[in-house]
Design a protein around this ligand. Structure first.
Ligand code: FE2
Length: 312
């Protein structure tokens, strides 16, 4: 019976001249050094829990995250953009996908096949690197966006658009209709989970990005839970007494000595991975937020690990 291989590190033939460029790229180390290579502390030790978005600009924590490219959290970049009347820009360069929420004004969004009108409250989800253009209307346009360019930069991979990542437009009217339906059905803590027709199982807007227009009616809450994916949450309407609690450890389903983050309109909250957290609307107005997570990585790896504290 033949051997399945001829590998014998103890009896190698005469050494080759190891001068190729490829051989010079080789780096190796022992387990001790492998285990000490993590250089960045947990996100909640280096990033704020929340900040107010500037009218215009990126939220760039690349210094804190020790990355060589703009990033808000390791895999996502958030920002606010503002275009004057008639100005135009391409979206999603260098990203796998991008989610955009129109904040003020209006305009249009166009790929090679169609042009759609944008109004406040619209959400668009786009493949990256397609030259999809946003153009401001006569009163200009302001929008919040999140893309996954940090992940693409990290991997150094080329992004290819497939039927799983297509230009998707959720109009403000469609979103309002869904919110009304859920309210009529007595659903107080849900909002609208957004998805793309090419991702029927994943329930994501791109293979990487999760998007959720979260609404909590007065008295409603997203009870304490944790998940592997970090989250960026843009507060559209924070109401008059809505807050998040975050922290660890958990005792009897409650976070011990949690940090409290009050919700303010225009705030961006950063939820670190695997940290226990909950959102509580103790005010008398419904609250609305847009939650974006790089959840596709964890979905594909079967490591979403969504857990509720009261089921521990
Ligand atoms: Fe969460």
């Amino acid at each position: 019976m033949s051997q399945p291989h001829q590998i014998d590190y103890n009896n190698l033939p005469a050494a080759r001249e190891n001068s190729s460029a490829a051989a010079k790229q080789a780096v190796s180390f022992c387990e001790r050094d492998f285990l000490t290579m993590a250089k960045v502390p947990p996100l909640h030790k280096v990033l704020p829990s929340a900040l107010i978005m500037p009218e215009e600009g990126l939220i760039d924590f690349s210094k804190e995250l020790e990355l060589d490219w703009p990033a808000t959290i390791p895999d996502l970049l958030a920002g606010n953009s503002k275009l004057a009347a008639g100005e135009s820009t391409a979206l999603g360069d260098g990203a796998g996908g991008l989610v955009l929420l129109v904040l003020r004004g209006g305009g249009s969004l166009a790929n090679s096949e169609e042009t759609v009108e944008l109004r406040p409250g619209d959400i668009a989800c786009l493949p990256g690197n397609q030259g999809i253009k946003v153009t401001a209307g006569k009163s200009g346009i302001s929008y919040f966006f999140v893309d996954d360019s940090p992940l693409v930069n990290y991997l150094g991979w080329q992004v290819k658009t497939t039927e799983r990542t297509q230009f998707t437009h959720f109009t403000a009217e469609q979103l309002k209709q869904k919110l009304d339906e859920y309210e009529a059905a007595g659903i107080t803590a849900s909002g609208v989970f957004l998805s793309h027709a090419g991702l029927p199982d994943e329930k994501l807007v791109t293979p990487h990005l999760f998007a959720h227009l979260n609404r909590l009616m007065p008295g409603a809450r997203n009870t304490v839970h944790a998940h592997t994916s970090p989250a960026l949450t843009y507060v559209i309407h924070g109401g008059n007494n809505c807050f998040s609690l975050l922290g660890e450890p958990l005792v009897n389903g409650e976070i011990v000595d949690p940090a409290r983050v009050d919700w303010v309109d225009g705030q961006l909250s950063i939820t670190p991975p695997n940290l226990w957290h909950g959102h509580f609307n103790d005010g008398d107005e419904p609250i609305l937020s847009l939650v974006i997570q790089p959840a596709g990585l964890y979905y594909n790896d079967r490591t979403m690990n969504f857990q509720f504290a009261d089921q521990q």
